[in-house]
Design a protein around this ligand. Structure first.
Ligand code: FUC
Length: 795
């Protein structure tokens, strides 16, 4: 990614991060700014937000919902269930490191880049005949941000360095080479700010002099400068703030200081590339690469620029590696990059889609380690959510609603229409099973099984029978943030996404218990619940119903498409196994339309890939890669992409980046439907390309090369052994010159068992179109763990 101008505003600056500390780098020759973040720096402190009056209102709310008095239900829900005070804490800003350079206003030959292969920001420029260069990276192994300044002539580096922050307590120079800033997080909604930070910058010079002037350090006529930035907080875990931030901060610095710049650089690149290099993606190149990245985004819809898609894809992987590392915090609404102390939606965790979306690429893009913080958060929520289940609903097990934060709150964060969704834990829990499907790791499954089981135990107590069909339903709930047309409130019972989530949660928990040989009696109870969940229904428009009743409005263009959870990320809707539901899902999506907020378009890339329509998925990528003005703050306007490639809701929200990276993967490879489907949704204009190292269910690494829109070669490395069933578009498949055996029946590999859903109720007026599928062939390749197989496809 490169640019020919410095960043003036935040959405032009470029992100670096190591999962814990991060910076937005502006690259202005005269005034460099690194806006700093640390992942545990949140407002408030350990807190809860359960409304203690829940049980007083629950029965009445349910009564009014079943009797169609939604206004009354809504009022009571706001009173008895919505949190009384705390609606979630905010992810906040550490501050800025500023470097003011003397006499560099008139620069020439400006260049600024983010190298995604090495995770390094670089800027170069000239003043007179002197060439300057800055390199910046956030090192995971050495836990510091490193800034290197060089010039083509000796003695040419002169600048003043200082820290500033809205939440600072003190800024001072500890000596002529070290700046320190300390601060405290903000008080929010009645919870006193308790997160303390310590930040230090060590300025290591060769040649020249350094002097202190009050809280600044002046560097004069140096030959070369390296600045190490260390940040630490007192955060230990969501209940504990007892770490010594000063000690931690100076220890990180002391240890990094013992290493020379080339060593720090080498360590950083090595640690980063361990993850990044697993996947290589090539869609070919074009003349467009000669333009700066912001220009390419601007021109994208009118130009031929497949390279922008592969770069955007890899930027998504870069962001996940940089914002989510083992042992660290979960990537929040903005990953780990936030420039405001009052960010949109607090930059917290919205778990009715957004946080899950952040992790869609993790396993399939071969970044399983980056998934770990989410697994840890789900474990913690299963502790804090037990109290919420008891206090608010008198139920066992654990529950979380539509938002959480670093303190793992699990109550109802907002007014009923958005907040009264007791399914956040159910959606998050799907990630626990998914991770197992990619790794086959039973020890890991055993470690998360109690969380799955306890999530089911909540619904075992909480589900109630609806009067018409005697199905078991969740009530009160909402189809995330969508109010049925004409209703006074979104509150309902038994909406489709809830039923689909519970279908998955119970199915997966029962499977896990079987594999681990646990709890047979309880699983028999769970099976009875599973059998009484409402099926998916097809409505009067031929659409998949969003609610229990046929309330869908064909003009509804809400950004949430929650009832298609069953299509993606779940696999309850399949062209091969449930063609009628498949057709209904497509009808629903066509009604919903394309253009929306950034993350919604990211989701739709995945939907169209699952609907096996590569051209439509490709169209959504184009909609998402629409340049959004970085100078326009606030909400509103169309979704798209900022010059720095960040997704625009607007404002910036990182889920759209991750969603689209996931969607592009789904266009090239899928494994949720009983086989590894090669190029399931290749658009016509991606004629030639290759992708290497994607991961599938059953622990296979898959690489694909194609030409003229035809598969040429597939490489498969098997990590667990077992049958590898391939679904290939219309080709004869050869391994070592021999024709592979064509397959039929169930895939004997247990990781590929498809989800069996109950027959849908089909309304007599349903208008079913034919499911128009391109022909594919199934082949079986028996594999051994640790072996790689090369498969040639002949026309
Ligand atoms: C949900 C969405 C919004 C936004 C917010 C963070 O509430 O409906 O569009 O993404 O999360």
């Amino acid at each position: 990614m490169w640019y020919d101008k410095p960043a003036k505003v935040w959405n032009e600056a470029l992100p670096i991060g190591n999962g814990r500390i991060a910076a937005m780098v502006f690259g202005d020759p005269a005034k460099e700014k690194l806006q700093l973040n640390e992942s545990s720096f949140w407002s408030g402190g350990p807190s809860r937000n359960d409304n203690p009056d829940g049980l007083k209102g629950l029965d009445s709310i349910r009564y009014y919902i079943f009797n169609g008095n939604y206004t009354r239900a809504n009022n009571l829900s706001n009173k008895f269930l919505t949190a009384k005070q705390l609606h979630g804490s905010m992810f906040q800003v550490i501050g800025n490191l500023n470097l003011a350079f003397n006499g560099t206003e008139n620069y020439t030959d400006y260049y600024r880049e983010l190298d995604l292969e090495r995770a390094i920001f670089t800027t170069t420029y000239k003043v007179g005949n002197v060439s300057y260069k800055r390199e910046v990276f956030a090192s995971q192994p050495d836990q510091v941000i490193v800034l290197k300044l060089t010039a083509s002539e000796l003695g040419k580096l002169s600048f003043t360095a200082n820290f500033d922050s809205e939440l600072q307590k003190s800024v001072k120079a500890l000596d002529a080479h070290t700046l320190e800033m300390t601060g405290l997080s903000g008080t929010h909604e009645g919870v006193t700010g308790q997160v303390k930070f310590d930040t230090r910058a060590k300025i290591i010079t060769s040649g020249g002099t350094t002097t202190v002037s009050s809280d600044k350090i002046n560097v004069s006529n140096a030959n070369e400068v390296t600045i190490l930035i260390s940040i630490a907080t007192n955060f230990v875990d969501y209940k504990t703030l007892t770490a010594n931030e000063v000690e931690k901060c100076s220890n990180y610095l002391a240890s990094a200081e013992t290493k020379a710049y080339p060593t720090l650089l080498k360590n950083h690149i090595f640690a980063y590339q361990k993850y990044f290099k697993r996947v290589n993606f090539d869609l070919g190149t074009s003349a467009a690469v000669q333009l700066p990245t912001d220009q390419r985004i601007k021109n994208f819809s009118k130009s031929i620029d497949p390279g922008l898609v592969s770069m955007y894809y890899q930027f998504g992987r870069y962001l996940l590696i940089s914002s989510s590392q083992p042992g660290g915090q979960v990537a929040n609404l903005q990953g780990i990059w936030n420039g405001s102390n009052n960010p949109a939606w607090d930059s917290k965790y919205t778990i009715n889609i957004n946080t899950e979306m952040n992790y869609w690429p993790a396993e399939k893009c071969n970044l399983t380690e980056m998934h770990e913080p989410l697994v840890e958060m789900i474990k913690e929520l299963s502790e804090s959510g037990k109290q919420t289940a008891k206090v608010m609903y008198g139920s066992n097990g654990w529950v979380a609603h539509h938002n959480t934060d670093i303190w793992r709150i699990t109550g109802v964060v907002d007014f009923a229409d958005a907040g009264q969704w007791p399914m956040g834990g159910a959606w998050l829990s799907q990630h626990l099973w998914e991770k197992y499907l990619y790794s086959g790791d039973l020890k890991y499954l055993d470690s998360v099984y109690p969380v799955l089981k306890s999530a089911c135990e909540f619904y075992k107590d909480f589900l109630i029978e609806e009067p018409t069909h005697k199905w078991l339903v969740v009530s009160p709930s909402v189809s995330p943030e969508n109010t049925p047309t004409g209703h006074p409130s979104a509150l309902v019972a038994g909406c489709t996404i809830d039923n689909q989530l519970l279908f998955d949660l119970f199915t997966k928990t029962i499977k896990a218990a079987k594999l681990l040989k646990k709890d047979p009696a309880l699983m028999a109870d769970f099976q009875k619940i599973l059998d009484r969940l409402p099926p998916m229904q097809i409505g009067r428009l031929g659409q998949l119903q969003e609610w229990l009743e046929d309330w869908d409005n064909p003009k509804d263009q809400n950004r949430h498409v929650s009832h298609l959870y069953g299509l993606f990320p779940s696999n309850q809707i399949s062209p091969f196994n449930t063609p009628k539901l498949f057709d209904a899902a497509r009808t629903s999506l066509n009604y919903r339309g394309d253009v929306s907020t950034g993350w919604s378009m990211g989701w739709k890339v995945n939907f169209w890939a699952r609907l096996l329509d590569g051209n439509h998925a490709r169209k959504l990528i184009s909609d998402q890669l629409t340049l959004v003005d970085p100078f326009k703050g606030g909400f509103g306007g169309g979704g798209g992409t900022y010059p720095n490639f960040f997704d625009a809701h607007p404002p910036f929200q990182i889920d759209g980046n991750f969603g689209c990276t996931s969607g592009i993967t789904e266009m090239l490879l899928q494994s949720q439907d009983g086989a590894i489907h090669i190029l399931p949704a290749l658009p016509d204009d991606w004629k030639k390309g290759s992708i290497t190292g994607l991961r599938t269910y059953g622990g296979f690494d898959v690489s694909i090369t194609w030409e003229n829109n035809q598969v040429q070669k597939i490489n498969i490395t098997s990590h667990l052994g077992g049958n590898c069933r391939l679904r290939v578009p219309n080709d004869v498949v050869l391994v070592n010159g021999k024709v592979l055996k064509q397959a039929s029946g169930e895939n004997p590999n247990p990781f590929f068992a498809t989800v069996k859903v109950k027959d849908p109720l089909i309304s007599s007026k349903a208008n079913l179109n034919e499911v128009n599928l391109k022909p594919t062939l199934l082949y079986d390749l028996p594999t051994e763990a640790g072996k790689t197989y090369t498969i040639i496809c002949k026309k």
